[in-house]
Design a protein around this ligand. Structure first.
Ligand code: NAD
Length: 474
């Protein structure tokens, strides 16, 4: 067994006696051990970040941009190693992991571009008497220390969505990765150092939740940027010392397939959005609302797609659907499906589990109150729900405490406009699935799904604040 991986405190690699075993979700074997940061290490990271922030703040925009471009280059150069890490610690099928690495370098490249575009506004102040000769300048200035907390499901790209904008804006950043997937974030820390980011500005601290929570409560943290479950996210917002908390949380995304949709295309996209990475994306398709005239055809198309997917070993290039993050997570999803079936739902395909692999599942005859509809399933399962009118479909899609993204398949502009008004989500995707995301898009949720927007341009706005300068020029 190799020595436990060290963690990164303000540019310094450190070990500790406390370690965490990282398990490979498919077979359950240990792939590595990682040292866990303690309270003292976190305190040192915060002290280093205070100094690192001053160095970042003083770097010209073109240097911050160059460093982020170099980080992206590092990821591309080491793409195969990064893919292997994601496959082994997250159990993500190889092709999906490869695409995550490419997306991550894109995210950093967008951050590098946006670093040069942090501009302001000139505001003439002579609107009324008393403002004669005065001009206002609005600048955007970095906040200081950004604490980024990330989930397991996109361990590299979501860490890039914290670190990239934080550094682009001239902040220091402390990353706290998910305990199941710390290896990719440590790799990202290596990329940051190799790219010439001032070392004190970057820390990557795998640690216990209570240790991370102590940082959330620390007055030195200027902003907490959290991605993860609603339960943890809203709790952290309540205990955070800083009022600046961005929350990117979960959902139970709906897609509406109307009678004028291209059904074969819609079915292919829905299967992709529902079953990729075993449905473990916050915008995975979960509820499929289908106009009654095309319901039976859609049901057959989706069942056929679901049943044709190759499931199993994530390291095999042909695998479409690998394991869930743990057998425990797969059992929890299997239980919700079994409960629905016991209460009258019909399982059209899937529903069975082997270890951490849950077969792609299509359910019908569900009710809105069943857990498979009302809660975030976060597994490769969808429910099919027929509707009669567009108004009914909109009401069903909106009937949820969540609001990340929704998809609608229709070409009718009036129906599209009604959906824009009627479905309260962060993003409405027309003629595609709610799972669609380009990394430079503004991205985030309404209601229980969070507050704030991610995507480099939006995140930079949230990780900076406006400063007004008034010049008396007379
Ligand atoms: P999680 O909430 O269990 O963990 C997220 C992170 O919070 C981890 O790093 C975890 O260690 C940390 N954490 C847990 N308790 C903490 C505490 N008390 N103090 C500080 N940190 C703490 O989520 P998960 O299971 O890793 O990820 C799945 C969830 O993430 C799903 O709900 C999914 O929808 C959501 N998610 C949202 C987005 C988005 O952009 N909206 C993206 C990906 C995942």
């Amino acid at each position: 067994m190799q020595d436990p991986e060290p963690f990164l405190v303000g540019g310094e690699w450190r070990t500790s006696p406390a370690v965490l075993d990282v398990a490979e979700p498919y077979l359950g074997s240990t792939v590595a051990s990682v040292c866990i940061a303690g309270r003292e290490d976190c305190n040192d990271a915060l002290n280093a970040a205070e100094a690192g922030y001053k160095q970042m703040r003083d770097l010209p925009a073109y240097r911050r941009s160059e460093c982020l471009t170099a980080m992206a280059g590092f990821l591309e150069e080491h793409a195969e190693a990064a893919t292997e890490l994601i496959v082994s610690e997250a159990g993500k099928p190889w092709r999906a992991a490869e695409s995550e690495v490419m997306r991550s370098s894109d995210t950093l490249r967008v951050c590098a571009e946006e670093a040069r575009r942090i501009d302001g506004e000139i505001l003439p102040l002579d609107w009324t008497e008393g403002g004669d000769g005065r001009t206002g300048y609005l600048y955007r200035v970095p906040l200081g220390i950004i604490l980024g907390i990330t989930p397991f499901n996109f361990p590299l790209n979501l860490a890039c969505h914290k670190l990239g904008p934080a550094l682009a804006a001239g902040n220091a950043c402390i990353l706290k990765p998910a305990s199941k997937t710390p290896l990719t974030s440590l790799f990202l820390g290596e990329a940051a150092l190799a790219a010439g980011i001032p070392p004190q500005a970057v820390s990557v601290l795998p640690c216990l939740p209570e240790t991370a929570e102590a940082m959330v409560r620390d007055p030195r943290v200027a902003m907490v940027s959290f991605t993860g479950s609603p339960e943890v996210g809203w709790h952290l917002q309540a205990v955070a010392r800083t009022p600046r908390v961005a929350l990117e949380l979960g959902g139970n995304a709906a897609v509406i397939v109307h009678e004028d949709a291209d059904l074969a295309y819609a079915a292919a996209r829905i299967a992709h959005g529902a079953f990729s990475y075993s449905g473990q994306a916050c915008i995975s398709v979960q509820r499929v609302l289908v106009h009654h005239t095309v319901y039976e055809e859609m049901r057959l198309l989706l069942c056929e797609r679901a049943a044709s997917l190759v499931t199993g070993d994530p390291t095999a290039p042909e695998t479409d659907v690998g394991p869930m993050i743990s057998e425990f997570a797969a059992m929890a999803a299997e239980k919700k499906i079994a409960e629905a079936v016991a209460a009258g739902a019909v399982c059209c395909t899937g529903g069975s589990r082997e270890g951490a692999v849950l077969q792609p599942t299509v359910l019908e005859n569900t009710t809105p109150g069943m857990d498979v509809n009302a809660t975030e399933l976060f597994a490769p399962g969808i429910t099919l729900i027929p509707y009669d009118t567009w108004e009914e479909a909109i009401a069903l899609a909106a009937d949820t405490p969540y609001g990340l993204q929704a998809g609608i398949f229709t070409n009718d502009i009036v129906r599209i406009q009604k959906a824009v008004r009627g479905i309260p989500v962060g993003g409405l995707i027309v003629n595609d699935i709610p799972t669609f995301r380009m990394d430079h898009m503004p991205y985030g949720g309404t209601k229980h799904s969070g507050i704030g927007r991610e995507g480099p341009r939006s995140a930079i706005r949230e990780m900076t604040e406006e400063r007004l300068v008034v010049v008396n020029g007379q």
